[in-house]
Design a protein around this ligand. Structure first.
Ligand SMILES: *Cc1c(COP(=O)(O)O)cnc(C)c1O
Length: 543
């Protein structure tokens, strides 16, 4: 591709994980968006990001002495944002809402514009209050700020944009704004839709049906999100209720899923949607300078002892970090397994505890040490119950099980560098991609994972990590959980533990293989190349 004229891309996302204490991210979606922007800057790609300046951000998790997680919402202020002097207006519930546009270029000089409604003149200053904090009307209001406000901000900033990339369905109203602009210039609805479609690409993330947001059509009209379109016109895009993913698929020229397996799942999942864009698969990648200890990579070609020493240093750093947070001192010469995921049932955070007869002696004798972290969604009681089960295990095995409160980028970076094994056991095929395992793999931390998300693309069992069980999916969730926990114990006791304690040289060989086999393949540089080649540059075959 010629560097001279690359498409100028505006990337829309509800959340960005750029730095640990810049609290405008919740989890994987934001981490991907942050890594994408940093990678785009490093690779000199003409990309600007559009997002929201969340006043309280995502929940801050505090674990009570009895082990119960509580959500708190401190107010954040950031002194590194620049005032662009630009404001745009969006009419929400028939009231004009002013959105101030901040520029953020504090991290690797990424170009990110953040909209903010917390202004004295607004009757609804709280729209940009909490990330994913509310539902129904408030969520629509937030999405109107992101999508409609976002396009208006780009116009005022005088950005020439060739491609509008909606990272997840939240940004969909940007598409309605693009249509409105064209209808104002005398195109009819169909023509405006067709012309806007040429400019839009869409990334779908969640393979869990309930995770794909939808809104009643009447509510969209009440909020003013339709921008003058009729109910019938809206229905022809997103169905009824209006599904944001279906809308994204119909409003875009091309879509992508975030791993190869997810590509298959997403195509199956949306096969009934007529008139939708093609869903290709582009596997996620990570921004190495943010997540990876580059020294580990340099030592891959060196001696066993030098690579091991560096890993032990990273492990000691993590152990010090954990001690400071919890007072507990872990043992650097015993196997340390990390698990850190959003607390939702399908991720099965407590699967490893499912058979006490097997796990109890291992924990009592401290043959394994487990460190967990992860938040539930603030409105999800099930998520809180999962965290509660993990903290109760910590109480039972205080020397070998730990839970770190308030999972964030700092904890994520420490864990994926310093543990020995990175455990991942979702109920297949619900993990779209996952990127924490990529961080671990490139740090020489061995993945022990179900064949879900990105892992089937990388896993060479017993060579660069381990797979748990095979790819087969059972009809009953209960039977699946039982089968998977058995498989987990088998590989843990027959392969992971013996290799760690009895065959260090094989272990170190696997660390080498882990780093070498994932280094290029799962970096954000590769992902960006594919975004440009497969998604952004229009091919004659695209409709
Ligand atoms: C890397 C990271 C994620 C994404 O990891 P998954 O593999 O999708 O769970 C989420 N949150 C934080 C804080 C991270 O560092």
């Amino acid at each position: 591709m010629k560097k001279g004229r690359q498409p100028q891309v505006a990337y829309f996302c509800m959340e960005y994980g750029l730095q640990s204490d810049f609290n405008i991210y919740a989890g994987g979606l934001g981490i991907l968006a942050g890594d994408y922007l940093k990678g785009a800057h490093d690779g000199d790609y003409p990309v600007v990001g559009i997002g929201i300046l969340w006043k309280q951000g995502y929940t801050t998790q505090v674990i009570q002495p009895d082990g119960t997680p509580v959500d708190t919402y401190p107010i954040h202020r950031y002194d590194f944002l620049k005032d662009t002097g630009i404001e745009v207006e969006v009419e929400i519930r028939r009231r004009m809402v002013v959105c101030k546009v901040w520029k953020c270029d504090a991290f690797s000089n990424v170009e990110l514009y953040l909209l903010d409604t917390d202004l004295p003149e607004n009757e609804d200053p709280w729209i940009t209050g909490q990330l994913y904090g509310w539902f129904g009307e408030e969520r629509i209001a937030q999405e109107m700020v992101l999508g409609i406000g976002g396009v208006r901000a780009l116009r005022k900033l005088k950005k020439k944009i060739d491609v509008y990339h909606f990272n997840e369905g939240h940004a969909l109203f940007a598409g309605l704004e693009l249509i409105r602009e064209k209808m104002d210039k005398a195109m009819n609805f169909r023509e405006a839709w067709k012309a806007s479609k040429k400019e839009i690409v869409f990334t779908t993330h969640t393979p869990v049906l309930q995770g794909n947001e939808s809104h009643p059509l009447d509510r969209l009209l009440y909020m003013g999100a339709n921008l003058g379109l009729t109910k019938r016109q809206l229905r022809s895009m997103g169905g009824e209720p209006f599904n944001m993913t279906v809308g994204g698929l119909r409003l875009s020229r091309k879509s992508n899923a975030v791993a190869q397996l997810h590509g298959e799942t997403a195509n199956e999942m949306w096969s009934d949607v007529t008139n939708r864009s093609e869903i290709i698969a582009i596997t996620n990648g990570i921004h190495r300078p943010t997540w990876v200890d580059l020294k580990m990579k340099n030592l891959v070609a060196g001696s066993d002892s030098s690579l091991w020493k560096r890993h032990q240093k990273n492990k000691s750093d993590l152990i010090g970090f954990i001690r400071k947070k919890t007072g507990v001192l872990l043992d650097k010469d015993r196997l340390l397994i990390g698990f850190s995921r959003r607390a939702v049932p399908y991720k099965r955070s407590d699967l490893i505890f499912s058979d006490p007869a097997i796990i109890d002696p291992l924990l009592r004798k401290r043959r394994i040490q487990l460190v967990f972290s992860g938040k539930g969604h603030p409105l999800d009681d099930e998520g809180k119950a999962i965290v509660r089960r993990l903290t109760s295990m910590q109480k039972k095995y205080p020397r070998s099980v730990l839970f770190l409160e308030n999972y964030d980028m700092e904890i994520g970076a420490h864990l994926t560098r310093g543990v020995d094994v990175w455990l991942n056991n979702p109920r297949r095929p619900k993990e779209a991609s996952g990127t924490s395992g990529m961080k671990a793999a490139m740090n020489g931390v061995l993945n022990l994972s179900i064949l879900d998300g990105w892992w089937p693309e990388a896993c060479q069992h017993g060579v660069n990590g381990w797979q748990i069980g095979e790819a087969r999916i059972l009809k009953s969730e209960k039977a699946q959980d039982k089968k998977d926990s058995k498989a987990l114990y088998k590989v843990l006791t027959e392969e992971v533990l013996p290799t760690y304690y009895k065959d260090k040289s094989k272990w170190i060989g696997m660390m080498r293989a882990s780093i070498a086999s994932t280094w290029d393949e799962f970096s954000v540089d590769r992902m960006l190349r594919e975004y440009y080649e497969l998604l952004y540059v229009e091919k004659p075959s695209d409709q």
